[in-house]
Design a protein around this ligand. Structure first.
Ligand SMILES: Nc1ncnc2c1ncn2[C@@H]1O[C@H](COP(=O)(O)OP(=O)(O)OP(=O)(O)O)[C@@H](O)[C@H]1O
Length: 228
């Protein structure tokens, strides 16, 4: 593992419109690192992640993510930034009117892939990686929540991202399925990708211990497990 920074914020303010959610945020993630983001409801976890994937502007402070300067980020840069990071949400956000396979084709075509053979090869690779190789023909409503999240993770992996941002990816899943998703995310991390994951599930943190940042009183602080 090198010490190449995949993500860093210096003295950053996180805003929702005029509302200051977090101030003077200083964080840093390197290649292959797994970091949890915790904090009470409304403490700013999603707002921080949104700033990182370009959904909220960084107006004060500096920040870089997978080589992009967040302060200089233009609307036209956002699709390119999103190809270098994978984003996973609590509610999976699959397109419900098409199969698993078609969901993945859609993303590849939207991100510039044209060669049919390469598209098929990549889809097989990511579906195999998440244990869903035989389910490509299913509609999202024909598979379980855990399986839908596996597909959403496969979708996040399509463009081989250096970083995955996951906003409560186990929030809609039962404890056993949550653990399976954590095992999958841990394996993805071991293969060299960095992961920043917002969660409310402290039992997962205890079972899969990684560095933890807490949003509290408008700040992000590094925390240790016995003070969770
Ligand atoms: N779209 C929005 N417009 C204005 N304010 C918002 C918006 N979304 C969130 N906020 C406010 O920003 C603050 C942080 O919310 P955020 O969603 O980032 O918290 P969170 O830690 O992710 O919460 P949760 O654990 O419930 O998902 C809250 O005060 C919230 O009310």
């Amino acid at each position: 593992m090198s010490d190449k920074p995949i993500l860093s914020l210096q003295d950053a303010n996180i805003l929702q419109g005029d509302h200051l959610v977090l101030h003077d945020v200083n964080i840093h993630i390197e290649e292959g690192q797994f970091v949890y983001l915790i904090g009470q409801t409304g403490s700013g976890k999603s707002s921080l992640l949104k700033t990182l994937y370009g959904d909220l502007p960084l107006k004060k402070g500096s920040g870089s993510i997978v080589g992009y300067d967040l302060h200089q980020l233009k609307e036209k840069d956002i699709p390119y930034l999103r190809r270098k990071i994978g984003v996973v949400f609590q509610d999976f956000q699959l397109l419900t009117d098409r199969t698993v396979h078609e969901n993945l084709v859609f993303v590849l075509k939207a991100t510039g892939w044209k060669d049919k053979k390469k598209i098929e090869k990549r889809i097989n690779e990511v579906l195999s990686k998440v244990g869903m190789a035989t389910k490509g023909h299913k509609m999202p409503h024909q598979i379980s929540g855990g399986e839908q999240q596996r597909v959403a993770i496969a979708r996040a992996l399509l463009n081989d991202p250096e970083l995955i941002l996951a906003d409560e990816p186990t929030g809609n899943l039962d404890p056993r399925t949550s653990e399976e998703i954590m095992i999958l995310l841990s394996e993805i991390c071991q293969s060299g990708r960095a992961i920043l994951m917002a969660t409310h599930d402290y039992s997962l943190i205890l079972k899969f211990p990684f560095n933890t940042w807490k949003c509290e009183d408008g700040k992000v602080v590094e925390t240790v497990q016995n003070t969770l």
